[in-house]
Ligand binder design. Structure first.
Ligand SMILES: [Zn+2]
Length: 382
């Protein structure tokens, strides 16, 4: 058996068991051990705790033709829940996620990033805490923000998109709330969800590429979401690709996302006479879906820029899969030819064999990622 090393898995094991049972249905301990590549003793230890906490229930024993009866274990979705909030420039998307990883309820509220974000976030969170059908079950809150943030403290030194500087967001929220609060970058939040419910089912190492109004890259290595000590990992969009390119909101010139984000795609379309100042990214998506040749050609060129940048990361890490997420995932058919060509042009074999998984996307998925932060917090199910 390809046994995973416990030192690398740490405290994620209970939530991985819950996520597996939540998505695959009831399984017995031996099946859990096989699916998660864990030792049977480890599974007994964790499922014992989860059963006594009421997070799992044991179903009637099933008697087969050989061996001892098997006892399927089932997650109790409503036994506990976490809140996830995605902070966008002008709105908040919030969800409550049950122990099975499914969204129980979702909501959207307005948000003004020019005003203090803390009271606005507290309003959204307290609505759930005060709801008698949800509040008593809530174990934690995850908040996903764009731009760099220290995941250990939730401290934001500088947010280019929102203009926030020296904001102790995590500390201020924790001071006001009775449950744990985790604040992390949006791509690392969604990478956590992908580890628990998506590509992590098949792969111990993979990348998550988020394409939308920015470009982010999350990495799972040995079943851990990579987080640097200062919270700067994932800022792939600010990879310098041209010293003479457009100015980026971060202040630098020629960052990757000045070519490959919404703004970059629209800028390139305008330069080619394919769009004017009023053209929206939604219009580009529609024209891409209808197969307009000039748009397809433009997207292939942008895919090449993206592919060159990713090839460097894949050659460094050797990750065998990339999950593509985000609002612009539906541009992928246009981006893909240039992307794959650039990957395959790499002289190193690692980039040649990457499996690309494009995820269906909806606005609440980053919020689901944020809820996964709270689910995956070491103390939530300890
Ligand atoms: Zn930048």
């Amino acid at each position: 058996m390809n046994q995973r090393r416990s030192t690398l898995r740490g405290d994620l094991t209970p939530v991985e068991i819950l996520a597996l049972l939540g998505t695959a249905g009831a399984l017995d301990r031996r099946q859990i051990a096989t699916r998660l590549r864990l030792g049977i003793a480890t599974v007994h230890e964790h499922t014992g705790r989860l059963l006594s906490s009421g997070y799992l229930r044991a179903l009637a024993p099933q008697t087969g033709t050989v061996g001892r009866p098997r006892i399927p274990l089932q997650v109790v979705p409503e036994a506990a829940a976490t809140i996830g909030i995605r902070v966008a420039a002008d709105h908040l998307v919030s969800v409550v996620v049950g122990l099975d990883g499914r969204i129980m309820t979702s909501d959207q509220s307005s948000f003004d990033h020019h005003s203090d974000p803390v009271p606005q976030l507290l309003d959204a969170i307290r609505r759930y805490l005060g709801d008698p059908s949800v509040g008593p079950r809530l174990k934690g809150v995850g908040v996903a923000v764009p731009d760099p943030v220290d995941p250990a403290t939730g401290y934001i030194r500088f947010s280019p998109r929102f203009g926030w500087t020296d904001l102790p967001l995590g500390q201020r929220l924790r001071a006001e709330l009775p449950i744990p609060v985790l604040v992390d970058n949006v791509i690392r939040a969604s990478t956590t969800a992908e580890l628990l419910y998506g590509a992590g089912r098949e792969h111990d190492d993979f990348l998550v590429l988020g394409i939308g109004d920015g470009v982010g890259l999350g990495a799972v290595l040995h079943r851990r979401v990579h987080r640097s000590p200062n919270g700067l990992s994932g800022e792939f969009g600010h990879t310098p690709v041209s010293s003479t390119g457009p100015r980026c909101p971060c202040g630098a010139r020629g960052c990757l996302e000045t070519f490959t984000s919404d703004r970059g795609i629209l800028r390139a379309a305008r330069r080619k006479g394919l769009a004017d100042a009023d053209t929206s990214i939604e219009a580009v998506r529609t024209r891409s879906a209808s197969g307009e040749p000039a748009i397809i050609e433009l997207l292939a060129e942008i895919g090449t820029i993206l592919g060159r940048a990713i090839a460097g990361v894949v050659n460094l890490l050797g990750t065998p899969a990339i999950a593509v997420i985000g609002e612009n995932h539906d541009l992928w058919p246009g981006l893909e030819p240039g992307f794959l060509e650039a990957m395959q042009a790499s002289p190193v074999a690692a980039a040649h064999h990457v499996k690309v998984i494009v995820r269906p996307w909806h606005d609440s998925q980053h919020a689901h990622g944020a809820a996964s932060l709270a689910l995956a917090h070491p103390e939530t199910f300890s």
